[in-house]
Structures are given as C-alpha cells and as structure tokens.
Design a protein around this ligand. Structure first.
Ligand code: PLP
Length: 372
C-alpha cells in the first residue's frame, strides 16, 4: 500500500507522534537516559526533564506542578482517579455517579467498584449525547463521593457541559469529588480544572501526537487518593514505578505544540469536518450521529450508512487507503452496537434515527483496548 496516499481518519483511536516528539524522545533514550531517582548527574538531568514537562502541562491547565501525577495511559489515569478516590473516601459514603456513555476505562472501573460494595448511579444522555447538569445535581446525595463525566465523547464527539456540571455537583454537595475523563478533549479545547470545579482530570499522551504508554492525572489540592501501584514510592508515593522520562517529555512537547496554535487548529479541523459533512450529507443513506455544528468536537464525526454494515464499509474504505473505526472493528468476534449509540438512541424514524445494528463509529469492548 502506498503510504503517501493513505488518508488516516482514525486519530481518536490514536495519533502519529509529531516528528519533533519522536526526535526529542530519541535523544532522551540515547543520551539523557538516567533514572530520575538516581543522585548522580544523569539522574538529576532526567529529573529536570520531568520537572520541565510538569511545568508545561501545569501551565496549559493553569494548575501547579504538584497537581500532576504521570501515568501510563488514560485508562490508568481513570482507574487511579476513580478507585483511588473511592478507597480514600469510603468512610464518607459509597455512592458514585457516572453516565452511560463513558469510555470502558470508566464504565468497567465503576463495575469493579460495584463488586467492592460501592453503589453506582448511571445517568442517560439526551438525543445529542449530552449529560444534563440538572439531572446530575438531582442524583447527588449526602453519601455521593464522586461524579465522573467525560469532557468529549470518543464516539459521537459530544462536548459535555463540564463547567456547568462541576458547578451543579459542588452546589449539591461540596464534598463530592468531580472527575473528568479528558482523554478526547485535552489538546482540542481549553480546560482549566480549578475554574471548572474539576478535582481530577485524566489525560492520555497518544491521543495528542505524543507517545503511547503515557498519560497523567491532574489532582486538585487537598484531594486524597489511595495509590494503586505499590513499590519504590516515586511521585510522592502516589504512583510507584520509574518514570517514563522520554514519554513524559514527549507528551509535554506534543501538548505544548497543540496548545500553541489551538484556535487556528480548531478552525482548520472544523473546516475539514464541515466539508466532510457537506459532501457526505448529499448521499441519501448517510446519517450523522449526534450534533454536527460547532458545539461538538472539531475532530470527531460519527456516520451511519443505512443498509451497509459498518465492517463492510470499513474494509471498502480501507481498500481505497482510507482508515476509519467501526463498531465491529474492535470486537470482530462479538460485533455489537456501541454503548454510546444505544444510550442516546432516539425514538421514531427519519434523519438522525439511530440504528444500533449499523453503527459506524468508534467502539470499545473493554477487552482489546482498541481505539477511540
Ligand atoms: N477515555 C476516553 C474518552 C478514550 O477515548 C480513551 C481511549 O480510547 C481512553 C479513556 C483510554 O485511553 P488510553 O488508550 O490512553 O488508555
């Protein structure tokens, strides 16, 4: 296959590293490869690289360096946030709230907590995939220890009203922690956790043109988490394990590059997305899932073609060098509709009606770790 002619439309599954990121990481693998915990020069240099990365990422979030904990991916950040907070707060209560359209990194973690005696409320979404701040507020109880909601949905690109949800959660119960899975939103939108009442924020490096195997969790001042990794006590004991210095530095550089031109990049993405919507929209059997205006994410479009199985379409596009994600692509042995599409499925017929048998979207089965 001629790589030059490929059209890669699967950047919500994962991205290609920026060449600058790969070059920096190469240098760190070969030159500054010391263990950041070591006391000699190589160790100190590595530690400095971590400090520089923290400064960049904290600056983007308008947070402090000490609010950040590096992890290996978005999934680990979600697990540390949710299980860590639940374990630390269980004396105050055992009730958590989330939505039905979260990524399996959150949904499966919540299921695990149920096996540990926690109670989970899962809220639905409207026809555009949006979670209602009012419904969240009504569900918050005196024993609610955490609310977890995603910033941007990985399947239909709905951008959730996290600022309003944060406000609603704190008004209902100031002791309830607010976790946001920003794996699809970070790098595409300005996110200021403090201003948005966000206590915990998950980010992944490989979705932002950084390396795979990287991520971080923002933890607001005063929030206590029980560590999920035990060992050498790195990162103030919260996440033991030798830090992935090249990965951390690479992720921070990727973030810096994205945020430098955020507004113009968003405009460019919206213009490409709008062109795609316009061109695809004239095809009679094409239906878009979720909102197609600029209140949705600039980089995600979910399309259904009536009467065509997503897997068939995926391979037909692949033959033309176009790469997309489809429901069945991630779970080829057990094709099933996307939980997001099921959760915001609307009644009635006509445009926008969702057919759960025919989704063309990112799909996760929670087992194979596949994209989106
Ligand atoms: N949360 C969301 C919304 C995602 O889209 C993904 C990626 O698929 C994850 C979490 C998991 O991130 P990672 O692949 O870094 O574990």
């Amino acid at each position: 296959m001629n790589e030059k002619r490929d059209i890669y439309l699967d950047n919500s599954a994962t991205t290609r590293c920026f060449p600058e990121v790969a070059a920096l990481m190469n240098e760190l693998f070969l030159e500054d490869y010391g263990n950041p915990s070591a006391m000699h020069h190589r160790g100190v240099t590595a530690e400095r690289r971590i400090a520089e990365a923290k400064k960049i990422l904290a600056g983007i979030l308008k947070a402090k360096e000490k609010n950040l904990c590096f992890t290996s991916c978005g999934t680990e950040s979600d697990n540390l946030a949710i299980i860590g907070a639940a374990m630390a707060s269980q004396r105050k209560g055992k009730h958590l709230i989330t939505s039905l359209i979260e990524h399996p990194a959150v949904l499966e973690t919540m299921k695990y907590l149920e096996t540990q005696g926690f109670e989970i409320t899962r809220l639905g979404v409207d026809r555009d995939g949006l979670i209602s701040p009012e419904e969240i507020a009504a569900a918050v109880r005196p024993d609610t220890i955490l609310v977890s909601v995603m910033h941007t949905n990985n399947i239909i690109g709905a951008v959730e009203p996290v600022e309003e949800i944060g406000k609603a959660v704190k008004a209902a119960n100031p002791n309830t922690l607010f976790h946001v899975d920003a794996v699809q939103g970070f790098g595409k939108a300005q996110i200021y956790p403090k201003r948005m009442n966000i206590d915990l924020l998950s980010v992944s490096g490989h979705k932002i043109h950084g390396p795979k195997g990287t991520g971080f969790l923002y933890i607001a001042d005063g929030v206590r988490l029980v560590p999920q990794m035990h060992g050498g006590g790195q990162q103030n004991g919260l996440r033991s394990g030798t830090e992935n210095v090249p990965g951390i530095a690479g992720m921070a550089l990727a973030a810096r590059m994205l945020y430098k031109d955020l507004d113009s990049d968003r405009a460019k993405l919206f213009s490409m997305k709008n062109r795609l919507i316009e061109r695809l929209g004239v095809i009679p059997d094409v239906v878009f899932n979720g909102r197609t205006d600029e209140t949705a994410a600039p980089h995600i479009l979910s399309v259904r073609v009536r009467g065509v199985r997503a897997e068939v379409l995926l391979h037909a596009l692949e033959d033309k060098g176009i790469f997309v994600s489809a429901g069945s692509a991630c779970s080829s042995n057990h094709p099933r509709p996307s939980e997001t599409l099921m959760a915001h499925r609307r009644p009635g017929k006509g445009d926008g009606e969702l057919d759960p048998d025919q989704p063309l979207c990112h799909e996760h089965n929670g087992r194979d770790g596949c994209g989106g």
